[in-house]
Design a binder for this molecule. Sequence first.
Ligand code: ADP
Length: 451
Amino acid sequence: MKLKIIKKIRLELKLALISAFSKIIIFFILLILLQQIIESQALRHADRDLLKMKDKTMSIVAKIGIKSFLNSEKDSSYASYNMLKDEYISIDLNPEKNAGLTIFSNEARVIENNEFNYRIIQYAFKSDGQYYLLEIGKNMQLIKALNRTLENVSVTIILLLLTITIIFDIGIYKYLLFPLNRKIIPKLKTITNPETYVYSELDSSTSDFVYLNNALNDLMHKVTTILKNQQRFTANVSHELFTPITIMQNKLENLLSSENLSEPMIEKVIDQQNHLNHLQQIIKALLLIARIENDQFVKTDNVKLMEVIDEIIENIEDRAEMKNITIENCIIPDAYVSNVNKSLLYILLFNLISNAIKYNHNGGWIKIISYKEDNQHYIEVKDNGIGIDSSHIHTIFDRFKRIDPLVGEGHGLGLSIVNAIVRFHNGSIEVESVKGIGSTFKVGIPLIFVN
Ligand code: ADP
């Protein structure tokens, strides 16, 4: 089984995440580079200090003579360090007997039985005919502490800059994507019917969004024209067919009433009558859909739902009884639907309840309930019938769609009519069904409750 792990996220968030991610990578590269730069700069700084100290010492030696440095006449060395052993100076005889050489190194020195790491400058010189070696050391701990301070300051500055630029980016993306998020997407979300689509112009300096909006407007215009033509065509064809079929049916009825008709002839005529009936029902259904889609009904009725359901149950009871099916009317007694067409609402609910009988087992049940949810009101027709396989659910509202032609009688137009009526009332319809368990058709239509 393929796992779907990539969640859909908004473009705005995606861009912000990509920008944050790339900046964090840059931040880490900068951090590594900075560490190296700071380390080498701190060392250079220390070397410069050591050189200055060496020059100062040498100028003192030149001024007051090497003798005044040495501990005594016999002792030809000198050593001095401060209390924390951060720095030390020593002068000793130079066994190499050379002069004028300056060397920098990192070495350990033992002072008062403690070992310390130092950055050291060594300078060989000659004074009073003797060769000496001047050594000045700076504790590495001191240099590293400076390193750390510099590193902390630069990391804080980079982090601050990183946060500011990420916040700035999010703001910019929000501003740039405003036409898409606030104008185009809300428009797309409200498309339930091409006829109610709002053909507004988009006022944006981003040409891509203007192009998208215009393309959307053009597309909706084309879809509406095609739909209208299709509706007109269906209405015209159905209308043209309806009259001759009615005439043919009348003729067949006249034929049946004639006395000199043989038994086989009567059978043939009845067979033809059945075919014509079938055709007539299809044409009636198509005509009804075409009339609903062409807005040939008014929506001015205020209907008490309970009464409509009671009326349907009364008219359909015989069919339910034949299959021993119980129908429960659980509609809230004071539930009213206003601004609807009563006949269409009757057909809508009749078709759903009729299907619930048709696709039910002997001894099954049907429940019709109403309730309020998220400021919307719903009517549900529930049954414990044969149910619908999940792979077929999205096709049941298509015209002439019958999942199993051998189960129940019909033309596959009942739910197309239901759908047309729901759309006509700007409502919604959802189906929940489990094969072998039952189905629930949930219709959302504005309701007014009178308490
Ligand atoms: P039909 O004339 O075949 O009843 P519909 O458009 O009313 O046409 O329904 C389309 C198909 O949806 C049906 O053929 C049936 O397979 C399925 N269907 C509709 N309602 C139910 C239901 N309550 N339970 C199970 N299947 C249903």
